[in-house]
Design a protein around this ligand. Sequence first.
Ligand code: SF4
Ligand code: SF4
Length: 441
Amino acid sequence: MEYLPNIVFAIALIVGIGFFARNVKKLSRNIKLGKDVDVSDNKPQRWKNMAKIALGQTKMVVRPIAGLMHIIVYVGFIIINIEVLEIILDGLLGTHRLFSQLGSLYNFLIGSFEILALLVIVAVIVFWIRRNIIRIQRFIKPEMKGWPKTDGNMILYIELVLMTLFLTMNAADFQLQQLGADHYVEAGTFPVSQFIVPLLDSLSESSLILVERSAWWLHILGILAFLNYLYYSKHLHILLAFPNTYYGKLKPQGQFNNLESVTNEVKLMMDPDADPFAAPAEDDTAEPEKFGASDVMDLNWVQLLNAYTCTECGRCTSECPANQTGKKLSPRKIMMDTRDRLEEVGKNMDANKGEFVPDGKQLLDDYISREELWACTTCNACVQACPVSIDPLSIIVEMRRYLVMEQSAAPTELNNMMSNIENNGAPWPYNQMDRLNWVNE
Ligand code: SF4
Ligand code: SF4
């Protein structure tokens, strides 16, 4: 019976981490459904980008208030979780405040964690007010109704509860230390939780132990539950922001990728020595590759990683000229739709022994409409604004490419322009021979 708490703790830990590992496997499988893309170039620059953008959060502070508070929550949450290591070891070994042997360093660490916890609580409350009372525009766009709104608030509530439990646990511990209770070694400084102690003044030693143990257990079980909640939430970005910024685009933002097959075709057309009647090379007899993307499997894996990394912050949408002028397009929705469809495909595979069974749906039309796609000005403002190097424009371009090259379904104005370029070498409806007519007018 003496070891019962340790056994229960070990089981909780194994179950929590086991489910998390299962979700990570699913996540990795879904991302790998994307096409291959070579992102092995310029590794030093990629590491630099990751350090600057994901770790240093340089793009977050473009909006100073939200940026600063985000840094507090991020740093606070990460650093406080160092204490989780002590909690895990205590839970498994049956010790209490194992690291207290570090002496004054331990006191300093616990004191710092408490101050950070308080700052996290303040930042979380401000975030909640911005979302729910002030109702900042980018948080109340149509795509933020339902689950995305609940998810955004849920994360704030969970962080608030975890930080409160941490401080409550410390307050009860501090009081037990003062009473000289067994196992409660004198360790730590409590600059914040000491103000909770008066609330516990009237409790007996056994009640205090109950409060301390309850807060301890709820804190660690809450962290394990939160770990598993990540997969279903936009909060997945706390993990994926790192690979996503590493694999982000290094080329100038305005540089689009060209399809190799089309480039070769054009080169052949421009080559005066090419034999127009030559038999196709052996490779050319293979089934032609699909142009562009109509579903998630046609996108590359970095684009799918982008979709899972999206924090739904809406900075892209708030900078998007199409959205600002009342068009249906929201780059955030493009990313959310891509993730939702990818999840749907993943569930389909789970239900069919790992094979995708066509479900009569696709990303185009069922999730993202043509109206949204053609509203884009390709200005790249969304890419520039994204704090985690997501590129919604690349998905829009791939889907447009599909519409133009596979379905010939470009809007009439574009079709006219493309016919003119093909026939006249310019977007205008005039013969090349007439180009200089204006001189005589
Ligand atoms: S590139 Fe398109 S989606 Fe992105 S901000 Fe510009 S118009 Fe909006
Ligand atoms: S794409 Fe980037 S800027 Fe847009 S909502 Fe997602 S994380 Fe925010």
